[in-house]
Design a protein around this ligand. Structure first.
Ligand SMILES: NC(=O)c1ccc[n+]([C@@H]2O[C@H](COP(=O)([O-])OP(=O)(O)OC[C@H]3O[C@@H](n4cnc5c(N)ncnc54)[C@H](OP(=O)(O)O)[C@@H]3O)[C@@H](O)[C@H]2O)c1
Length: 279
């Protein structure tokens, strides 16, 4: 039984058919949740000024989220709705014990999260897919050992040859240094994965969003200022991809929830447009 205070619903555009959420999940989330039948949705926690990771610190997510129980609950709920959780090699390295399963993020609601998957007609847990062009991943990572799908290039597959433990497997996709992301998503869809949750870091998320491949962003804003200055390198929500001023990626607000001083915002993303064609 969860001791979490429910999130407070402030605004919901309410235009997606809601899932049959078990009552306890609907109570904790502060209302309904639905996602399109086929979509790519991303989840992040950020400081007010957009810092999402301090890669030199182990589990910097916890520092950034202030170890928010509500954030872990929302993460678990989104995982429970996903067919596959997508991460990049940077996130795999930065999360050496993660398995990206719903109950792991929020154990007090494990039974209700499992019930939601059953009601959605989904298997016990989402598949985990790791994107790596170089193949520089640790085959002993727990998510790989548990059977993750590795989306890689011919070069990455050659590097990983015979090193992936059963039941993990690699899919060789187009791309020289990096994986062709359109091909990666098409491969996942063709494998029967309709709802793809990106828990990738800002490099892969930025590349996906800049290619118009992300439909929605669930963003937790913690009540912290992080600053991009200082001895530690810190990552913002989008890295290694240029958007403004040359490209404009507009979002639309779908919902807003509160939990204490934490803000939970859901955005719908438009495909980016070249700035020259914007007003
Ligand atoms: N605050 C949050 O909510 C949150 C969420 C997720 C992650 N994080 C943190 O973010 C940090 C990792 O950030 P990151 O940006 O390095 O992780 P990432 O985006 O998950 O992984 C990036 C890596 O993916 C591989 N990749 C392959 N094809 C790609 C393509 N087409 N486009 C982009 N990347 C491609 C590249 O490595 P290869 O050399 O293997 O090809 C690239 O360096 C960690 O500290 C993690 O904990 C925070």
């Amino acid at each position: 039984m969860s001791t979490l205070q429910p999130l407070t619903l402030v605004y919901d555009r309410g235009d997606v058919r809601p899932f049959p959420l078990p009552a306890e999940l609907q109570r904790l989330y502060g209302g309904e949740l639905g996602l399109p039948e086929r979509c790519v949705f991303a989840n992040f926690v950020s400081t007010i000024d957009g810092v999402v990771a301090i890669p030199s610190l182990r589990r910097s997510n916890r520092l950034i989220s202030e170890d928010s129980e509500a954030d872990r609950f929302v993460m678990a709920l989104l995982r429970a709705c996903a067919d596959v959780v997508l991460v990049g090699s940077g996130t795999l390295i930065g999360s050496p014990t993660a398995r990206w399963q719903a109950e792991g993020a929020y154990p007090p609601a494990a039974a209700e999260l499992a019930e939601l998957r059953r009601l959605l007609g989904r298997p016990a847990g989402p598949e985990v897919a790791v994107v790596t062009g170089s193949g520089s991943i640790d085959p002993a990572h727990p998510a790989i050992r548990a059977g993750a799908l590795v989306l890689t290039t011919a070069r990455g597959a050659a590097k990983l040859a015979d090193r992936l433990p059963d039941p993990a497997r690699a899919a060789v996709l187009p791309g020289e240094l990096e994986v062709d992301l359109r091909a990666a998503l098409a491969f996942l869809h063709a494998s029967g994965h309709e709802r793809i949750l990106s828990e990738a870091g800002p490099t892969l998320f930025g590349a996906l969003a800049a290619s118009g491949l992300v439909d929605e962003l669930f963003l937790t804003v913690s009540p912290l200022l992080g600053s991009r200055s200082g001895a530690e390198s810190k990552l913002g929500l989008v890295e290694h991809t240029e958007l403004l001023p040359s490209r404009r990626l507009r979002t639309h607000l779908r919902s807003v929830r509160l939990h204490g001083d934490h803000l939970f915002v859901r955005y719908e993303l438009e495909p980016p447009v070249e700035a020259a064609s914007t007003p």
